[in-house]
Ligand binder design. Structure first.
Ligand SMILES: [Zn+2]
Length: 246
């Protein structure tokens, strides 16, 4: 009997055994890795699908705007001055009623720059509502990009008379809030979705990349549009004081 040969055979078997164990754990490890990669890919696919859905919604919105005709369904009103303050109402006319009237009153009282995109349709003016962070009408962007202080006037729901103030220019926003309150207007805590803090929001696309977004309740806008202009005039004075005393 050749012991040496046996030992060699055992050594070979032992080596084979370890190689096999090693290989099988390598296969297991690769399997787990693939599973992880699959999970990551699935997540990425879900995100991509969400993005596609979002872009489709945006396209639908833009399409309804493209179908609209300038000067028939909407019009753009502009007055450029040498002021470094700009007031915009991008949901003006019949989109958010009363916002054009306030923006115009505020701008003309102070000789500020004025821009208003106005819905003129007899119904369904909301089809012309482009969200503030998507609003990229050339003239509006150009005016705002040259503006030092920018105010964006909007309308929100609410039968009571109140205002929400947002935007990235928190200093001016606070001054306006104080001034409005002093003049007897109610300023409520702004809900997150109306805070206007996105850098893409047109109000924050001025020189300093920060402006003030003013959301006015339907109740207060109805008051602005009534024959008695006391409320509108007092609101204009309150905001003017805050802006001009900066
Ligand atoms: Zn609006």
């Amino acid at each position: 009997m050749n012991i040496k040969k046996h030992v060699t055979t055992i050594k070979v078997f032992a080596l084979l055994f370890f190689l096999l164990v090693g290989y099988s754990s390598y296969v297991k490890y690769q399997g787990a890795k693939l599973e992880d990669e699959n999970k990551t890919l699935k997540k990425q696919l879900d995100i991509a699908n969400e993005n596609i859905k979002e872009q489709k919604n945006e396209l639908d919105e833009l399409r309804s705007l493209l179908d609209s005709q300038k000067d028939v369904d909407y019009e753009i009103e502009v007055n450029e001055t040498d002021s470094n303050v700009t007031v915009v109402a991008i949901h003006g006319g019949k989109i958010e009623k009363g916002t054009t009237e306030l923006a115009y009153a505020l701008a003309s009282h102070n000789n500020y720059n004025y821009y208003s995109f106005q819905g003129l349709k007899s119904t369904d003016n909301f089809a012309l509502h482009v969200p503030s962070d998507k609003f990229a009408e050339t003239y509006a962007l150009e005016m705002v990009s040259k503006s030092k202080r920018t105010l964006s006037i909007h309308g929100c729901d609410g039968a009571e008379e109140f205002t929400y103030i947002g935007g990235r220019d928190t200093e001016l926003a606070n001054r306006i809030k104080e001034s409005l309150t002093k003049h007897g207007f109610t300023v409520k805590d702004t809900p997150k979705d109306l805070a206007g803090i996105s850098p893409d929001n047109i109000v924050n696309r001025d020189i300093d990349e920060r402006g003030v977004q003013i959301e006015i309740s339907e109740g207060l806008r109805t008051e602005f549009l009534s024959t008695n202009k006391d409320s509108l005039n007092s609101y204009v004075l309150a905001i003017s004081e805050a802006v001009n005393n900066m």
